[in-house]
Design a protein around this ligand. Structure first.
Ligand SMILES: C[C@](O)(C(=O)O)[C@H](CC(=O)O)C(=O)O
Ligand SMILES: [Mg+2]
Length: 300
């Protein structure tokens, strides 16, 4: 009830401890607070907050048009409603070094547990599309150092994403990742790898936690959790999965109403009112304030 029971500091500590355990942590992407609550209820390790999803939610392509304020407000709403650690996509950090430092502080204040910054040039794009261009390694090091300087809670995780695999090749991507770690990155997001051999090379070369992106319709095969754990990956995100599932169901439902003139045929695919109320914890609110108890008569 009333959102997270753990403080942001406790969640950051828990995230650090979970990372140190070496086991694979699964972070599905939440498209709103309610989906984050579902992720927690289903026993996942954390919640990912995707730039692609937030831009789509605003009706925009994922090309860096969102503002730090828009993302932090939405991220804060999600973080407030889960006791799990939350990782947010900070794209290219929204500007130069001082902006990046401020971005880190904004996300700390928003209750997040960590963020990732990528080495693309603006306008950035989805890491699985063609035509990406990167900033130089030196410029990315400036970004990372600025993020580290801005951080006030040492448990806040600063993850550096490299998009270099698809642009400069595997060796260059590994060299960049090592330099990013030397500059203070706590974790490396290895974007758009093409197979297990790529992960093996990264794992052997880099000794901080690795994050794998299991986005659908991209360059990376959809490896299972067991496969990723065997590769030594520490965090796996499923960034857009819930949005894609929900939008697929919404499209089918709208088509059904248009063709049948009623939603009756798709009611059995819906989350029921009862499940929604369970997830939102209506009963706990009713216990907190007896005047709310009459909500409980709904059974379907
Ligand atoms: C992880 C990602 O940065 C995101 O914003 O969720 C995207 C996901 C996607 O577009 O499928 C990415 O660039 O991989
Ligand atoms: Mg993104």
């Amino acid at each position: 009830m009333l959102g997270a029971t753990a403080t942001p500091a406790e969640r950051r500590r828990a995230f650090r401890e979970a990372l140190a355990s070496g086991r694979l942590l699964q972070f599905p992407g939440a498209f709103n607070a309610l989906s984050a609550m579902l992720i927690a209820e289903q026993g996942f390790d954390g919640v990912y907050i995707s730039g692609a999803v937030l831009s789509a939610e605003l009706g925009l392509p994922d090309v860096g048009m969102t503002t730090a304020t828009e993302v932090s407000q939405r991220a804060a709403t999600i973080a407030r409603n889960t006791s799990l650690p939350t990782m947010v996509d900070a794209d290219t950090g929204w500007g130069g070094p001082v902006n990046v430092a401020r971005t880190v502080q904004t996300f700390e204040d928003a209750g997040l547990s960590g963020l990732h910054l990528e080495d693309q040039e603006d306008p950035k794009r989805c890491g699985h599309l063609e035509g990406k261009s990167l900033v130089s390694t030196d410029d990315m090091l400036i970004r990372i150092r600025a993020a580290v300087r801005g951080r006030r809670d040492p448990d806040f995780v600063i993850c550096a994403r490299t998009d270099a695999r698809a642009v400069e090749g595997l060796d260059a991507a590994i060299d960049r990742a090592k330099a990013y770690v030397d500059a203070g990155a706590d974790m490396i997001f290895v974007e758009a790898l093409t197979g297990k051999a790529d992960y093996e090379r990264f794992r052997a070369a880099v000794d901080v936690p690795l994050l794998a992106n299991m986005t659908e319709f991209g360059k990376t095969p959809l490896f299972t959790a067991t496969e990723l754990a065997d590769l030594g990956v520490n965090v796996v995100i499923y960034p857009v999965t819930l949005l894609r599932l929900a939008m697929g169901a919404a499209e089918a439902g709208l088509a059904e109403i248009r063709s049948a003139g009623t939603q009756q045929g798709v009611v059995d695919r819906m989350q029921t009112r009862k499940r929604l109320y369970e997830l939102l914890g209506y009963d706990e609110y009713a216990t907190f304030d007896a005047r709310l108890a009459n909500f409980r008569k709904e059974e379907s």
